[in-house]
Design a protein around this ligand. Structure first.
Ligand code: PLP
Length: 446
């Protein structure tokens, strides 16, 4: 097969191969890497995967991007190892299923991407005989997924920064009970302060020798694994589907759009956002205005006022958006409207939906999934489309016990994987929000 090259969405940096794209993360011109062609998944290949399990489907998809750099044996091991947990698709009504992506070690869908990315980076670093020091700032879910995924990697050290007073005990314990190559720092400040410290470190020339990298959703290695579960969903339902995706930075949606481009029969994407409705407005008015600062909604992993993957979505439809969010060339809006409808859902509607889903089907969903289910209802009311819908549930309700308790008066049970972490001893540093102190810490951990 002809090698896939990766271009930067800003179109200035030179094209790279998949290995360079994964190890670099962001292109030098601050654009995001996109494949210059999307590999096809033929009807015959889809038919052959019909009875495959999740790791086998992951292998077939990832191989299309990685075969020149990763042997079949290595890739098979990565997939078997990364996906050792179930991916249930529960039918709740005639044409509605919920795909639960919350059965990984940190009970949120970010495990899918982080676990494959960590193993892939480790392999590439071994091939190059290099080591990486990864810095990541988190407001909760990303940090725990990434820390769990990188735990035990020989070539990688990870430092996670979190705002001391802004995350839950459960989220904190998922990171602070690991140890080994994972260092965790509580910053006396806000999430934005943590992010600023990380950014300062990346541009500090004193640290150039340390080979710093990041693990947020700009890395193509985090997108690739998110193609797989849409292929899996189609194969399980075995007919054309619509997919409903609760979205923040739009990485999850990008995975779905690439799956469709590869040839998976997905008719429509129902894109669900909370009160941060900049993309819903953009689709309506063709004018893009980011929301600064982003609004604080109960579906907090989707509180994004300028989605980092939007420039990728726009590139996929022939447009250009720079890293600041200014559109240099309009994408094909007609095609975008053909492929997706976007709905914004308020906090009040989200709570109502949690209540209504529980009453009607006896199923507990958490705020992110509820935003999705409400958007799906809006879509069906608007279009009367009767295509079966797969709604993505991105986290376990036990991660948001306060809201669930308030709305339906139930304490969602803690999943086994989280229970273990809750009982282990915690270990983390506390630090003032001061760059010089953080810099000393980085140097001493390297
Ligand atoms: C990150 C996250 C999302 C949003 O996913 P994007 O890929 O950023 O759109 C939704 N739900 C949960 C629980 C998340 O952690």
């Amino acid at each position: 097969m002809q090698e896939i090259k990766f271009y930067s969405t800003n179109l200035i940096a030179k094209n790279v191969n998949v290995k360079e794209a994964v190890l670099k993360g962001l292109a030098e011109d601050k654009g995001l890497y996109m494949p210059d062609k999307i590999p096809a998944l033929t009807e015959k290949e889809l038919a052959e995967l019909k009875n495959a399990d999740y790791p086998e489907i992951a292998f077939a998809i990832l191989k299309k991007f990685l075969s020149n750099f990763v042997s079949d044996d290595e890739l098979k091991k990565i997939c078997d190892d990364a996906y050792d947990f179930p991916v249930p698709i529960e039918k709740i009504a005639d044409n509605i299923s919920i795909m639960r992506l919350d059965k990984g070690p940190t009970a949120a869908f970010k495990d899918f991407a982080a676990r494959a990315m960590a193993r892939l980076m480790e392999l590439f670093l071994e091939q190059e005989n290099k080591k990486l020091l990864i810095l990541t700032a988190t407001s909760g879910d990303t940090g725990s997924a990434v820390a769990n995924a990188f735990h035990g990697c020989e070539s990688i050290k990870l430092i996670v920064l979190f705002p001391e007073k802004e995350i839950t005990d459960r989220q904190r314990k998922l990171m602070t009970t690991l140890g080994d190559n994972i260092s965790v720092v509580a910053i006396d400040g806000k999430f934005d302060d943590c992010q600023a410290l990380v950014k300062d470190a990346f541009v500090d020339t004193d640290l150039t020798g340390l080979n710093l990298s990041s693990a947020n959703s700009i890395n193509f290695a985090r997108l690739m694994p998110q193609i797989v579960y849409y292929v899996y969903a189609y194969l399980k339902l075995d007919k054309e589907i619509n997919v409903c995706i609760p979205s923040g930075n739009f990485g999850n949606l990008m995975g779905g759009l690439i799956a469709k481009k590869m040839g998976v029969p997905i008719k429509k994407f129902i894109v669900a956002v909370n009160e941060n409705d900049e993309v819903a407005n953009f689709f309506k008015t063709q004018l893009y205005e980011k929301i600064e600062p982003s609004k604080n909604c109960i579906s907090n992993a989707m509180n994004v006022g300028h989605p980092s993957n939007l420039s990728r979505l726009i590139a996929l439809y022939g447009g250009i958006m720079d890293e600041k969010g200014s559109i240099k060339k309009m994408p094909d809006m007609e095609k975008i409207h053909r492929d997706m409808n976007c709905y914004s859902v308020s906090d009040e509607e989200t709570k109502q939906e949690i209540k209504s889903i529980y009453k009607k089907y006896g199923v507990i969903v958490e705020p992110h999934g509820a935003v999705g289910l409400k958007a799906m209802k809006n879509y069906i009311a608007e279009t009367s489309d009767s295509t079966p819908v797969v709604c993505v549930e991105t986290a376990d309700p036990a991660k948001f016990p306060e809201v669930i308790r308030e709305v339906i008066n139930i304490d969602p049970p803690l999943p086994e994987s989280m229970r273990e972490a809750m009982e282990k001893e915690e270990n983390y540093e506390k630090m003032a929000c001061d760059y010089e102190t953080f810099k000393k810490f980085i140097v001493s951990s390297s």
